[in-house]
Design a binder for this molecule. Sequence first.
Ligand SMILES: Cc1cc2nc3c(=O)[nH]c(=O)nc-3n(C[C@H](O)[C@H](O)[C@H](O)COP(=O)(O)OP(=O)(O)OC[C@H]3O[C@@H](n4cnc5c(N)ncnc54)[C@H](O)[C@@H]3O)c2cc1C
Length: 450
Amino acid sequence: MTDNKIINVKRLPKDPGPAAWNRILTDATPYAQLDQTLQADWVVVGGGFSGIAAARRLSQLVGNEKIVLLEAGRLADGPAGRNSGFMIDLPHELNSESYAGSQERDRQQIYLNRAAIDFAGDMAEDFAMDTRIYDRCGKMTGAGSDKGIAHIDSYCAHLQALGEPFELKSARDMKDWTGTDFYQKGLYTPGAVMIQPAAFIRAAAEGLADSISIFENSPVTSIEPGDRHTLITPNGKVQARNIILAVNGHVQSFGFYPRRLLHVFTYASMTRALTADEVRRLGGVSDWGMLPADPMGTTVRRSSDLMGSGDRLVVRNHATLNQSIEASPANMRRAAKLQDRAFANRFPMLAGIDMEYRWGGRLCLSWNSMPAFGEVEDRIWSACCQNGLGTVKGTLSGMMAAEQAVLGQSELLSEFLDHQQPSLLPPEPFLSLGANATMLWKEWQAGIEL
Ligand SMILES: Cc1cc2nc3c(=O)[nH]c(=O)nc-3n(C[C@H](O)[C@H](O)[C@H](O)COP(=O)(O)OP(=O)(O)OC[C@H]3O[C@@H](n4cnc5c(N)ncnc54)[C@H](O)[C@@H]3O)c2cc1C
């Protein structure tokens, strides 16, 4: 980027299918669309986990200054309202010897992840969120096959080496908990949090709305950098000294990190609300989440009624690399097929139940799993590329961007900044062909865990 060159935003977000976690809640009153010229000290672009965390941290650090948040669509309609809601403190990649490269690295990641989970927890407390919106219930990983069990065993060894607590669960425990006899073994770790992702984002925004100005349906289409940057939206403008870009993979649409970001979509289906008889047939407890032992396997959630949402089951699987940052109808059809099969394998007692919602959502990864973080231009910070675990890493990068911009340094920042930049990707078409073929192969290898 050269000085004072206008940044034209090349692409705006397109989300395939509805954000089901948002749809099942009662309608939210929309925030206004920006239709005037505003003066501000800070603009946060993007209202997902990263944008909400950045706005919250700014309101704590410089609460007397004017903070504006601009969201392209509706809050919780993007990936923030499409995810499975696991806020995970521990290494996610079960079969890797060490998540981040070394035990020291692992401990640093766990420390940072827990700081982000606590930061979100403080919002949950301050804004009086229901325990089903932010629940410190830990997380379960389930295996339905010998291969999955082998993954769990290697993960246990890893947790033991790190001195992290866990409990193993038998097939009987798993059936009592979930109602299905699909899972043969489980691994419970206590430090994770389960959220209703859309309800969390909406409640956090509502809590922040007294101290910041939120605008929906106000995509930033260009930025004129200057002493006061000017952000242009279709019907308005904001002039501000500082900007935090919290747009995850779309930071590339602003011209930053070219050829360094992987745009992956993953997909999910949610049943219609279950009847009382179906809930009885299913059995198990009323709210639970299950991560797959095989990283390419199926995630499942069961959620009970919250704000009239009804009791529902959600299955998530399948991943595609779409460097255009758009998923295709063919991607959605294939995901639906895989999800129907995963559902039938796990819930034969609910055979024939319709999926009311099917959707996909964007993730942003880098080849070396590093965030796209830092001051990318004078007083413009990027808090992007969450490498799949955005509920936690998005929260972390939003907090860190605010701290870097306001404080310059902090104890947490010095740990967080101990990372490299995202590395350069292989050229096309090799990248997309190779990555999609590898993911298909790994899905096939996951067998019944998918
Ligand atoms: C099906 C699915 C399941 C998942 N499960 C999990 C999980 O269990 N745990 C987990 O940690 N993560 C999960 N994820 C990933 C997680 O949802 C993302 O990593 C996370 O939402 C990223 O947070 P973010 O705030 O960085 O970006 P986003 O949530 O993508 O927010 C960025 C926001 O920026 C807005 N934006 C973009 N361009 C502009 C613009 N020009 N102007 C204004 N606004 C703009 C977008 O509309 C969007 O709302 C899942 C994702 C999917 C799709």
